[in-house]
Structures are given as structure tokens and as C-alpha cells.
Design a protein around this ligand. Structure first.
Ligand code: MG
Length: 478
């Protein structure tokens, strides 16, 4: 039997994200919104940067990179200080975001190859349910604009993973290298050095992609999608190719930043964010749209000044220290999300569960979903349900955070080529007191190590690793 909706409840919900709260009370969409349902369901925009560091935005403390649009977004929304990605490199991190599951479960991580390459034979398994697939029955239009990196063969592309539309690069912009001299090619990049394809839906429309104009063109595509979807609920996944090396910017941004080329690329991303938010405001969609800004993994430090900065966090992309997996994250939803700095734990996988619930649907129950529901934090009703984070490198668990404590069972440098070092007892850091992971306090807190070991046992008790999807290469004709 359906509950009666009182006028008072309607008013309260209207101020707190009506759809999510109403559905959490078990009310049907039809009852609440009637025929107007599709016009009232919240829209979702995830802006996913590539290799941006924790310290690369003005609102996260960078002294010279100017990001006025992101700073304003943060001032109007929630700026999270302890937000994580599912892995420290592109492919597994993206799989975690779009499936709500640790990559070890989907097989989208590997000890053989860290990401997918142009010769990879596989991609995201069909059995995985992406955000876009889960939103489809709810009547959502969806687009993936930008870098995909979950399989470039036709069956793995976004349009075969629930997205109605796709425009972007199927993998990283440093792949398909055909020119330039060694490392110098990255430090003085030219478009013709990388023969990467630019795709629209299933077709290659430009090769090599003119990378100088990618940020600008992705932005135009995103705006067009928002405009043509204005009368129905939509999900936009805008996954920028920048600021992954080789760095490219359009002429308007070249040489403009005090931080050099890397700063130019970040400032163009900032401009893009401003254009997207401005479009939502102009279309009167802002108060019905949750916008998330974050990045897939930390800065690529091996490229010196062409890589970003993790700020005071240790290390960067490719490893399980904080700099590899803790990211800037801003949540914006005018009228629903109140301005705040959030110190609770959150993860990209939580966006999966949160978005599905806000859209009035449930995550699948036939598999383990790692994403937790962040709606209490969004609505200012309570703390984040997350208190634990698992840090995998490939298919091996290297570290675990519980509350402010983080134990490293294995450490290894990001790209040094050294062997993993096992620690018993593990290294233990208090990330509240010591965000830079400098001071091992293992001997003072055996009880925390014990508590974290129990979390590991619990985690492994239901863990069924997925078949490795990254190791298999396309067979070449003999
Ligand atoms: Mg990346």
C-alpha cells in the first residue's frame, strides 16, 4: 500500500532533493510526480579529470594555478578532503567509478598490465552494470564525452555499455605513439606524435586526434548534450583527456598560466567546468542537477613539471600512498547541497550507489557492490557510511584505511621498477595527524593493526576475484 504524501513532506523534500528522499521512503515515482516524473528526476554530471593531483586546484591550495570556476563550485557546494578513487591508474579507476565495484571483482585490474592498451583484446565485461545501464530503465538519456579506457573494441565501447552517445578517445592520449624522440616527445609534444583516434559513437572521425582542441570540443559536446536533453533526466559522463601527458591546450590558454603548460591545461579544464555550470544555470537545470568534479588518479610525477602535484600527500599516480588515490572532489547541487568542507571518507564507487538511489533505483543485489550511499552527507543529515578504504595495486591489496588510520602491508614505488616490499607488522600512519604518511606509529597502536587485519579478513571472506581482463592481447596474424 502506498503511503500518503503530506504537503509538509513535499515541501521538505523539495528543499532536500525530492526524488532521492521520496524514493528512500518507498514512495513510487508516479505517486509523487505523476505525469511530470521525467521532468523532476535529478540529472547527473560527472566531470572526471585525468591524472589531476590533490594539490592542483586553487581551492585545494595550489599557489599559482588559477581555477576561479572550480573555486566557486567548491564555495557553493561540498569540497571533500578525503575522497578516493578505486585504483591509482586509469583503467581500473574508471571501472570502479562506473560499476561501483572494486576492480578486483570485475577483473579490470591485473598484475601483468596495469591498464588497457591499443592491443588489448578485452574490456569491461558485459556482465558488469554501469551507471548508465542502471539508469536506462529510469528513463535517463546518457552521454560519455571524453576518454573511455574500458575497452576500444566495438563490444566494449560506451554505446555498448548503456550510453546513448559517445564522443572521445577510446584510451589514453599517450598511446599509438608514432613520432618524436624518447622522453623529449612528451616534454615538447606535437599532435602528430600520437596517432590516437577520436571517435563518435562507433566510428573514428579523426586520426590523429587534434589534441590541442580536445578540451574545447569535449566542452561543446557536453553543452550540446545538456541542451538537447533539457526536457528529460540525463546522465553526462564528461571524462577529460587532460591533464594526462602529453599536455595539449587550445590557443586561448597557451602560455597563460603562471604554472606553465600544465597550469594552462588545468585552467582550460576550469574554463570548461564554468561553461558546463553556466549552461545548467541558463537552462534552469542547476537546481535539479548533481554535478561532481574529481579525477581518476593522482599526478604522474615521473614527468616532472608536466605532471601535477599531490600537494602535501605522499607520492602520486601508480602507487598506494595517498597521492596516488586521494583526489580533489567537489559536489555541487544548488538548493540541495549546502556549502561545506567535508572531512568524511568517500569514494568514486559511492557515486554509483548514491546516483542510483537518487534516481529511484537500487544497485544490483546479485553481486557485491562496494559503493555506499552518500545521500546523508549530501543532504546534511548525517555522516558518511564509509569508514574503510581498500588500496589495491593490480590484483593485490597493498593497504587499508580504517577511520584515520592507514596500514601498508606492501609498499612499492609508483614506476621505479622495484619489487614490492612486504611489511609485518604493517606500516601504520594516522592520516589526520600525518596526511603526508611520514611517521610510522605501528608499535604504538597494535590494536589498530589488529582492527585493520579483521577488516581485511572480512573483505577477503566474500571476495571472488574476476577473471583478468587486462592481460589478453589481440592475436596477430602469423
Ligand atoms: Mg589517469
Amino acid at each position: 500500500m502506498e503511503k500518503q504524501v503530506t504537503r509538509r513532506e513535499m515541501i521538505r523534500w523539495a528543499g532536500m532533493g525530492a526524488a532521492g528522499l521520496a524514493f528512500s521512503r518507498g514512495l513510487s515515482a508516479a505517486k509523487l510526480f505523476g505525469a511530470d516524473r521525467s521532468a523532476r528526476m535529478p540529472n547527473f554530471v560527472i566531470i572526471f579529470c585525468d591524472d589531476m593531483g590533490y594539490g592542483d586546484l586553487g581551492c585545494y591550495g595550489h599557489p599559482t594555478i588559477r581555477t576561479p570556476n572550480l573555486d566557486r563550485m567548491a564555495a557553493e557546494g561540498q569540497r571533500w578532503t578525503d575522497f578516493y578513487v578505486g585504483a591509482s591508474v586509469c583503467t581500473p579507476s574508471r571501472a570502479a567509478l562506473l560499476t561501483g565495484r572494486l576492480p578486483i571483482r570485475s577483473g579490470m585490474c591485473s598484475d601483468t598490465r596495469r591498464v588497457l592498451f591499443p592491443d588489448s583484446a578485452r574490456g569491461l565485461p558485459q556482465s558488469e552494470i554501469t551507471i548508465s545501464e542502471a539508469l536506462k530503465p529510469q528513463g535517463y538519456a546518457s552521454a560519455c564525452v571524453g576518454k573511455w579506457h574500458l575497452g576500444h573494441l566495438p563490444q566494449f565501447l560506451p554505446t555498448n555499455n548503456g550510453f546513448d552517445y559517445y564522443f572521445g578517445l577510446p584510451y589514453s592520449n599517450d598511446m599509438d605513439r608514432v613520432g618524436g624522440q624518447g622522453r623529449q616527445a612528451f616534454l615538447d609534444p606535437k599532435v602528430e606524435y600520437w596517432n590516437v583516434p577520436l571517435m563518435r559513437n562507433g566510428q573514428i572521425v579523426e586520426r590523429p586526434a587534434d589534441q590541442n582542441t580536445l578540451t574545447k570540443r569535449y566542452t561543446e559536446e557536453a553543452i550540446r548534450f545538456i541542451e538537447r536533453s533539457r526536457n528529460r533526466p540525463f546522465f553526462l559522463y564528461l571524462a577529460h583527456t587532460m591533464v594526462h601527458v602529453p599536455l595539449f591546450v587550445s590557443d586561448e590558454f597557451r602560455g597563460r598560466s603562471l604554472r606553465g603548460l600544465y597550469g594552462d591545461a588545468v585552467e582550460e579544464i576550469d574554463w570548461s567546468v564554468g561553461r558546463v555550470l553556466e549552461t545548467l544555470r541558463r537552462e534552469r537545470l542547476a537546481e535539479n542537477t548533481l554535478v561532481v568534479f574529481t579525477s581518476d588518479n593522482g599526478p604522474w610525477l615521473t614527468f616532472d613539471q608536466h605532471g601535477g602535484s599531490a600537494g602535501l600527500l605522499r607520492e602520486g599516480k601508480g602507487c598506494t600512498f595517498e597521492g596516488g588515490m586521494r583526489e580533489p572532489c567537489i559536489l555541487w547541487w544548488p538548493g540541495t547541497i549546502k556549502p561545506a568542507v567535508i572531512h568524511d571518507l568517500g569514494a568514486t564507487m559511492d557515486l554509483y550507489t548514491t546516483i542510483l538511489r537518487l534516481a529511484g533505483t537500487e544497485p544490483p543485489t546479485d553481486r557485491v557492490v562496494d559503493g555506499l550511499d552518500l545521500r546523508p552527507v549530501l543532504f546534511g543529515r548525517g555522516p558518511s557510511p564509509r569508514d574503510t578504504m581498500f588500496y589495491y595495486r593490480g590484483a593485490r591489496l597493498y593497504a587499508v584505511r580504517k577511520g584515520p588510520y592507514k596500514a601498508h602491508f606492501i609498499t612499492q614505488s609508483a614506476y621505479g621498477g622495484d619489487k614490492p616490499v612486504e611489511h609485518d607488522p604493517p606500516l601504520l600512519y594516522h592520516l589526520g595527524h600525518d596526511p603526508s604518511e611520514k611517521y610510522d606509529i605501528a608499535k604504538d597502536h597494535p590494536e589498530m593493526i589488529e582492527a585493520i587485519r579483521k577488516e581485511v579478513e572480512r573483505h577477503r571472506s566474500d571476495l571472488v576475484p574476476g577473471e583478468d581482463q587486462l592481460a589478453t592481447r589481440i592475436e596477430k596474424d602469423p
